[in-house]
Design a protein around this ligand. Structure first.
Ligand code: NAD
Ligand code: ZN
Length: 351
């Protein structure tokens, strides 16, 4: 079978590989829709997780099951499924402790395009099918559904980790597709005022659609200064970071109120450390929490999140700015994600 791979750092291309085989609890899936992620860009062009050789990229897909192992109970060939980007080993002790994303070690629940071949292929392998696949509801289109693999769960995880509550003021820094879903998540959780920090018009329009009440352009000067001015110096209850770099944490610390939470979902692709200002952190006594999280995967989460689309609580269609047909189009779609033209939010490829 063919797949689109990271050949080595800074290098991508097509590879031919043996078709994957299902172990007793696994499934083999043929993708129906896939989407490239900014994380693929960090992996290939920033070397964020180190060298990988001929590893098929991609971790966002909906597909059709073509084979299941002998012990799989709830899925069969022909089922149309949502495949989460994170597919934990559910028996691992980290999973038992509530951190299935790290089953087997830091970030180890993230297997596709990290520890094994990903979804940009004619076929791909899913570990623990009963625990990691979810049936695609009939009334959700495949293009929308593929946003359930990663964009929806990641953005909402940012809002969950920030523990956004009714009426709170939240700042979302970075409004690409992940940040936009964080805006939507903050809104669903009942935030009152939502600052969306971004610059591209297509993202600003989408942020307003998802519930942003205030737009801050980080290219107009310090984010902290602009948000402080708009909040009479008080800052915000919660900050969700979904873009920027290590320096973004310094701005976040400057705008968070005592007892607030800074929730990072950005994949920090380069650099070594970030600074926390002593005074901003209340001389170490400000009750400010900083948390960073990988999205939760697994079947139940996919089933719950698909209900948001199925019952029209969340509309992901504004994210889908670029649509392609055919597996071979994953290459231009990935390059769009790398180059980030001004009219792009998220490309999707139908197969
Ligand atoms: P994106 O590049 O489309 O969006 C990020 C946005 O932030 C861009 O529009 C960029 O212009 C903007 N930005 C850059 N510097 C900024 C600054 N200083 N202040 C404010 N905005 C700034 O990326 P995306 O696809 O939305 O993904 C966001 C991040 O989430 C990426 O790092 C991605 O790898 C990561 N990610 C994490 C998870 C997870 O599980 N935690 C899952 C998927 C993606
Ligand atoms: Zn991703």
């Amino acid at each position: 079978m063919k797949g689109f791979a990271m050949l080595k750092l800074n290098n991508v291309g097509w590879v031919e590989k043996e078709a994957p085989k299902a172990g007793p609890v696994d499934a083999i899936v043929r993708p129906l829709a896939i989407s490239p992620c900014t994380s693929d860009i960090h992996t290939v062009w920033e070397g964020a997780i180190g060298e990988r050789t001929d590893m098929i990229l991609g971790h966002e897909a909906v597909g059709e099951v073509v084979e299941v192992g002998s012990l799989v109970k709830d899925f069969k060939p022909g089922d149309r499924v949502i495949v989460p980007a994170i597919t934990p080993d559910w028996e691992a002790v980290e999973s038992q402790m509530g951190f299935s994303q790290h089953s087997g070690g830091m970030l180890s629940g993230w297997k596709f395009s990290n520890y094994k071949d990903g979804t940009f292929a004619e076929l791909f392998h899913v570990n623990q099918a009963d625990g990691n696949l979810a049936i695609l509801p009939d009334n959700i289109g495949i293009e929308e559904a593929v946003m359930l693999s990663d964009m929806v769960p990641t953005g909402l995880h940012g809002a969950d980790n920030a523990e956004v509550a009714y009426g709170e003021t939240v700042a979302v820094i970075g409004i690409g597709p992940v940040g936009l879903m964080a805006v939507a998540g903050a809104n669903l959780r009942g935030a009152g005022r939502i600052f969306a920090v971004g610059s591209r018009q297509v993202c600003v329009d989408a942020a307003k659609f998802y519930g942003a009440t205030d737009i801050v352009n980080y290219k107009d000067g310090s984010i902290a200064q602009q948000i402080k001015e708009a909040t009479n110096g008080k800052g915000v209850d919660k900050v969700i970071i979904a873009g920027g770099d290590l320096e973004t944490f310094e701005e976040a610390i400057d705008i968070i109120r005592p007892g607030g939470i800074i929730s990072n979902i950005n994949y920090l692709g380069s650099g070594d450390y970030f600074k926390v200002s002593r005074l901003g952190w209340g001389c170490g006594m400000g009750h400010i929490r900083i948390i960073g999280g990988l999205m939760p995967g697994g079947r139940k989460n996919m089933e719950y999140l698909s209900n948001l689309l199925k019952y029209k609580k969340l509309d992901v269609s504004p994210l889908l700015t670029h649509k392609f047909d055919g597996l071979d189009k994953i290459e231009p779609a990935l390059m769009l994600m790398k180059d980030k033209p001004r009219d792009l939010i998220k490309p999707v490829v139908r197969i």
